[in-house]
Design a binder for this molecule. Sequence first.
Ligand SMILES: *Cc1c(COP(=O)(O)O)cnc(C)c1O
Length: 378
Amino acid sequence: MSADDVLALVREDLRDFAGYSSARSSRLQGEVWLNANESAWANPADADATCRRYPDPQPEALRAALADLYAVAPERLVVGRGSDEAIDLLVRATCEAGRDAVLVTPPVFGMYAVSARLQGAPLLEVPLLDDPGQGLVPDFAAIARAAGGGGAKLVFLCSPSNPGGQAITLDDIAALARALEGRSLVVVDEAYAEFSDLPSATTLLQAHPNLVVLRTLSKAHALAAARIGAAIADPALAGVLRRCQAPYPVPTPCAALAVAGLSPQARAATAARIAQVRSERARLAAALARLSGVRRVYPSQGNFLLVRFEDAQAAFDALLGAGIVVRDQRAAPALGDALRITIGTPEQNARVLSVLSALRPSTAVPPGMSDAAGGGGR
Ligand SMILES: *Cc1c(COP(=O)(O)O)cnc(C)c1O
């Protein structure tokens, strides 16, 4: 499959779209810049006068730092406001409203469906399979069938998956990309890749131009408020996505913080935090699995655990009563008894455990029993 075939997956009306021609993207040289209606003087709050001018649309130092971090060529990168922006760009650049579909694998991160809805792209859902040993895993045969039959331009895989926590092997990703070659882009959202035992899918990009990998500094790199994420894609596709972006998507203070946050010292600190999260994850998972009110702890490759409870409402309320807020997953199909708990500090995890161990054995009435009792008139 060549780059031309990948561009064939872009919306026809956007294939030669040049995007906004910003003051920073023109190739002019000079010393006195009077072309962008910027202020000639700095704001007093802007001590080092770094914010007086519009930023480089793809700040060079940040691009270089991310290319090094992910071991990819800079021309494959689209840097933006979190991976959320990358998701939105992919949907807008490839899906024609009312025609081209987006395929998702629920229960999964909600932004894929939100972006599809905003674009008017039909949503195809192929639920994850609940394997007693492995946890929530994609049904690859059903995905390939549904994507082909339903005209999906985009197939979103989440690895490690939020909220399930399971990661997908490179063999499975490569096989799906091959099966959908020329028809769909396979997007692997690796927001939690740093916490996983499995390698990143970036090594497959060369062989599979219809593959896109999403990464973010929001989770393992502890920079959620800086809003820095990236799509890593075929260079020609990356060019299209950049042209679809807002004119100056990366604020200068955010880029500066991200570059500092990727210094060798900062990366060493990140590696230490990741190691701590992984050991706390193992400890918390084992301890939770021993509690009487816990039905199941899914094996997780992320910085969170998906846990099924005998009485999820009681667990949620008890945690909230102790000031601990966890994610209620019960609205998700097939997770009617589940909460997602982020791995915290050892002290925070100990608090979670102490609250949940104090839960009294469930007195909840099994579903349907109260109705049956009422309806039966006894
Ligand atoms: C948190 C999360 C993101 C969002 O990342 P940002 O870079 O902060 O936009 C993307 N995908 C998944 C699966 C997430 O859980």
